[in-house]
Write a protein that binds this ligand. Sequence first.
Ligand SMILES: Nc1ncnc2c1ncn2[C@@H]1O[C@H](COP(=O)(O)OP(=O)(O)OP(=O)(O)O)[C@@H](O)[C@H]1O
Length: 317
Amino acid sequence: MAELPAVLLTGVGYRHGRTPALRDCSLSVPPGRVVGLIGPNGAGKTTLLHLMVGLLRPDRGEVRIFGREPGGDPAILDRVAFLAQDKPLYGSFTVAETMRLGRHLNSRWSDELAAERLGRLGIPADRPVRRLSGGQRSQVAITLAMAKRPDLMVLDEPLADLDPLRRHEVMSDLMALTAETGMTVVLSSHVVAELEETCDHLVLLGDGRVQLAGDLDEVRAGHHALSGPASLVAALPDAGTVVHATRTGEHAGLLWRSDRPPPDPRWAVRTPAIGDIVLAYLRAPEASALPRPTLLRQVSPGLRPVQTAPTASEESR
Ligand SMILES: Nc1ncnc2c1ncn2[C@@H]1O[C@H](COP(=O)(O)OP(=O)(O)OP(=O)(O)O)[C@@H](O)[C@H]1O
């Protein structure tokens, strides 16, 4: 039997009151992946993570975690750890008391993992949480999530308060735990370079839509950085999409989305780094990876119209 996806979203839409946050989001994350969730401020990352762990229910579509609806299902609650963006902890509890609470609330809890990690990080067990630094508090919250030994760990900007060395350590610990237990990790971050080093799957949100979702190798193989005479742009095959384009005089630089590079040998073609792909999509929030009704839209003066998904305002017309 085929393995169930760790996370499956089908046509998910969500509004906070009258504010649309997510539209028609579909994605499937195989188990065991470390997923980087990227997108500009307000793109809908936190909303998406809250839907995954059942803190919100979709207005439209379906969310499934290992084939089941999240939120309220005890069989799933035990298998999922969630670290919210503000990393809520009880300030008056000491670190040791916080870990004791974790042990009482979670059937799969590992004291060894918690003690080893906190000891290695030099976080004093007898110190009340409110007297820790912001970064130390983050580490206590991350340790709580890890010691729960979940099958799915969902982390909303876990690296934000940490110095570069600690960020690296957190990612190493997550990868080690994933390798050991087969756990799936979904984490949002703005630090693209670190995600490129450590994640093997990428979800890119722009303006409430999934722009890109897939394993890093697939994402890289589906994009080409083109450089050449701007006059060639009009003759690019229809099978591809210009995600982002720049023009300097008669020279054009493009990120081209297609299974294969264009046949014209006058294009200089290279495989772009994930960071370059992410940046191109961040600059073009209307560009979409999913099959959508085609619209013609001008991306850059002098360049031919490209296919993009409708923007929210266009769709609501
Ligand atoms: N409680 C709320 N009430 C009304 N609107 C909200 C609420 N929470 C989020 N929104 C709106 O929903 C949209 C998505 O917000 P969300 O917090 O999911 O984005 P994000 O990608 O996590 O942003 P950031 O990177 O800044 O944390 C934004 O337009 C935001 O203003």
